[in-house]
Design a protein around this ligand. Sequence first.
Ligand SMILES: Nc1ncnc2c1ncn2[C@@H]1O[C@H](COP(=O)(O)OP(=O)(O)O)[C@@H](O)[C@H]1O
Ligand SMILES: [Mg+2]
Length: 442
Amino acid sequence: MKVFEKTGRFSAFSLSIILSACIFSIELGIMYFFHASPKISPALEAFLDSTILVITLYPLLYLFGIAPLLRENQIRKKLEQRLRTSEERYKSLAETSPDCIKLFDKDGKLVYMNSGGLKEHRFRNIEEAKQCDLLKGILAEDRAKFTEAFQKAKEGRSTTIEIRHTREGSVREACLETLVPVSDANGEFAYVFGVSRDISHLKELERTREALIQMLIHDLGNPLSVVSGGLEYLNEKVRGQGPEDTDQILDLCVKGTREITAMISELLDIGKLEEGKMFLKHEKIQVSGLIEDVFRDFSVMAESRKITLRSRLAPPASQISGDVSLIKRVFSNLIGNAFKFAPEGSLIEIAAVPQVKNKSVFFSVRDEGPGIPSEYHKKIFEKFIQVQDPGIKKSSGKGLGLTFCKMAVEAHGGEIWVESGAGKGSVFYFELPVDPPVSKKE
Ligand SMILES: Nc1ncnc2c1ncn2[C@@H]1O[C@H](COP(=O)(O)OP(=O)(O)O)[C@@H](O)[C@H]1O
Ligand SMILES: [Mg+2]
């Protein structure tokens, strides 16, 4: 392309020189004719002289004056053409996408929406979409998520969120919405680019899969209790009487069956809590009594592991309402984890501190173990997630304990989180309201 452009410039320049040379020779001829004639007027002579000067200067004028201007114009046209082509290309990409693609200005006003999006939202044209408040089409509970993601995009961060849309009052679909900041030519933030994908069919599949798994887990319970009962019976009858290794094999089988039984009951409980189907008792619980009970349960283990177990008790009057067995299981899981990771000679502290202002109680379990890298602080509360770090020994469990804790705490209207850093020990906190909301599904 460049060679062609250069060749074009060269031929225009040479043509202008050849033309100038021709005109110059003709003028020389005329000059000679008039100079030979004594009757030449001084005005005509001056005119001819200036014409010769202009013709001589013409190639230079062309090269340094007119030619660059012409070329600039040519380049601008080509660039404009290229820009139009590329704009058309990207527009057609956006237009053919089944996802809803949109562009907002800094103030959140809609600038563009592709036809997929217009169809999805049932807008007849972009003007109608611009008139509408898109936020109102999002389920009320999810609107804050969208506004927060938009704010993040304004601060230069891309975010993907899951939101639900509504139509005529009913929840319509789940969407995965990605909001990305877009800068102008000067690198200044100018727009927010959004892509949203309907994932309602995936959600439906996920629900079916979950229901199937839940059914399988439930159905495993019966045959497993038969195996477990048989093993317990054999354990009593055959122990010390069978051939060599029998006792050892029996021990392994009993241990394995207990682990599977515990895992199944944990998964069933998590499933029930997720669906809000677990019946929660609302008993009055003395916080100090609760801490004392938990402390007692673990004091023997602490002694055998040479770990100092310490408790910080809330004032005796403090009490909460909730399901005591569930809350104790939350504590057991957290302290069990602390024991798994705490080194010999270290300290584990359990505490309960009432928050009068929040009408809640802060519970915590602190250990001096290896800590948890920050990227795992949220993930470890998901099912089957365990920290994968060469520096941290792998837990013997299945990664369900903290999921159960989260579900149980949330069922009480509370919150659970961890504060930790690699090598700094961990503190698991959970905050429970003094009066948890009564579940509608109970
Ligand atoms: N106190 C702790 N110190 C370090 N890591 C922890 C602690 N508690 C939990 N973890 C990490 O979180 C993971 C998930 O814990 P959990 O859900 O209780 O499952 P499990 O104990 O069965 O592995 C653990 O496998 C471990 O990697
Ligand atoms: Mg655990």
